[in-house]
Design a protein around this ligand. Structure first.
Ligand SMILES: Cc1cc2nc3c(=O)[nH]c(=O)nc-3n(C[C@H](O)[C@H](O)[C@H](O)COP(=O)(O)OP(=O)(O)OC[C@H]3O[C@@H](n4cnc5c(N)ncnc54)[C@H](O)[C@@H]3O)c2cc1C
Length: 381
């Protein structure tokens, strides 16, 4: 599969599977197993994995393009796919001592969905500082942890779990582990009833004395934090920005269609023909959306050709994307008036979905804090 094929497969799935079901799934807060099946059948679950194990060996450019197309149809599915990709990349980056080849082959074959279980009730959005601590036993570790939000909870075949290393001294001395679904002590700890992204099962999960064999240790002891920063953060920030872009594009398209079709019959004009204020709102939405698209292209270029400014771009892009998605979908709500407010169209779902990006860690506030600290030469953590 090349970049173009991946993009056209994503488009076909978005049109055929995601778009018709996004509204009803959102209403029912129903996880779309059909979407995951379609992504699996299209070989998109192994997009990033090496060809030697059956993957498509594509990179972050393709990942961002696929995610934005999925998000245009259904933000929840795009987020499921992003978290799967972050989990997969972390598993693939495990040291040779980890025995994860079977899992990677299952992912490449489209039979395995993964995700990240980092955030904990005790340290909230500060995912880099888990409060749980793995306890060494003869054959690996036992983990007890309260994971506060896990996308695809109860639906994924594996969870990439963070926990403080058994001997870790500092707050960020964590280790990452692969915990397979069905492991004793692992359970979904509550329902998911979010404001937005309602169809991605981002429920809490608990681990109670969950045994993890040493072969499933994905980083050296205490090296979870660098893996979060080097493997997960760039991909998550890029992907989450791509989700925002898809939501913005859908809001622009939905608003433009509404301004063309909704009419003032007494004036014999469409909304768009009649009201310059609405035309200005639409134009502003388009400017912001194209600006985000350019930012994402720039970030992809920085990730493909790393340089001094790359980490800054990683931080900036997600911070900007979270705000832009809220701004564009808010403008769409205004432009589409009571029709949007009364849920006659998909704009209010996009508006709700767009609010997740800024509060998903690293949150927009934390990103600003990190950017400014870096600019002032202060320690980041
Ligand atoms: C839809 C959804 C899906 C998710 N999926 C996953 C997942 O798959 N895996 C996972 O591990 N987690 C996941 N999360 C959790 C997410 O990444 C965050 O950890 C969570 O949203 C933080 O919420 P909180 O109430 O704990 O925030 P809090 O930490 O309580 O933050 C509250 C406010 O304080 C601000 N704040 C916090 N710290 C600082 C600071 N240092 N400086 C300035 N401002 C600060 C925040 O920006 C926020 O506005 C998901 C969350 C959502 C909403």
């Amino acid at each position: 599969m090349n970049h173009e094929t991946a993009v056209s497969k994503a488009k076909e799935i978005a049109d055929r599977v995601l778009a018709p079901a996004a509204g009803p799934n959102d209403k029912a807060a129903r996880f779309s197993t059909e979407a995951v099946d379609a992504l699996s059948k299209a070989d998109l679950l192994g997009l990033l994995l090496p060809a030697a194990i059956g993957g498509s060996a594509l990179g972050l450019r393709s990942l961002a393009a696929v995610i934005s197309i999925l998000a245009e149809a259904d933000g929840s599915v795009a987020m499921i796919y992003l978290m799967h990709s972050c989990g997969t990349a972390t598993i693939a980056a495990a040291p040779a001592s980890a025995d994860v080849a079977d899992t990677l082959r299952e992912i490449a074959a489209g039979r395995h969905l993964s995700t990240l279980a980092f955030s904990e009730a005790g340290s909230r959005s500060h995912f880099w500082a888990p409060v749980s601590r793995a306890r060494a036993n003869g054959a690996g570790v036992h983990i007890s942890a309260k994971k506060s939000w896990v996308t695809s909870a109860g639906h994924a075949q594996s969870y990439v779990v963070s926990s403080l290393a058994p001997q870790g001294a500092g707050a960020t001395d964590s280790t990452l582990y692969l915990v397979l679904a069905g492991s004793r002590g692992l359970s979904v700890a509550g329902p998911w009833d979010g404001l937005g992204l309602r169809s991605n099962a981002s429920a809490p999960m608990s681990l109670e004395d969950c045994a993890v064999p040493s072969a499933h240790q994905l980083t050296q002891d205490g090296a979870g934090f660098p893996a979060m920063l080097n493997t997960v953060l760039p991909m998550f920030n890029l992907g989450s920005s791509a989700v925002a872009l898809g939501l913005c594009r859908a809001a622009v398209a939905g608003t433009a269609a509404h301004l063309k079709t909704a009419r003032f019959d007494h004036l014999n004009q469409s909304l768009g023909e009649g009201l310059p204020t609405l035309r200005a709102l639409l134009a502003t939405m388009q400017i912001e959306t194209d600006g985000l698209s350019a930012r994402i292209d720039d970030l992809v270029d920085h990730l493909e050709h790393p340089r001094e400014t790359t980490m800054l771009r990683v931080l900036e892009t997600k911070a900007a994307a979270g705000d832009i998605a809220i701004s564009v979908t808010s403008a769409a709500m205004r432009a589409c008036g009571g029709a949007a407010f009364s849920k006659h169209m998909n704009i209010e779902r996009l508006f709700r979905d767009s609010h997740a990006g800024a509060v998903m860690a690293p949150t927009g506030d934390v990103l600003r804090e990190l950017i400014a600290r870096a600019m002032l030469g202060m320690p980041l953590f």
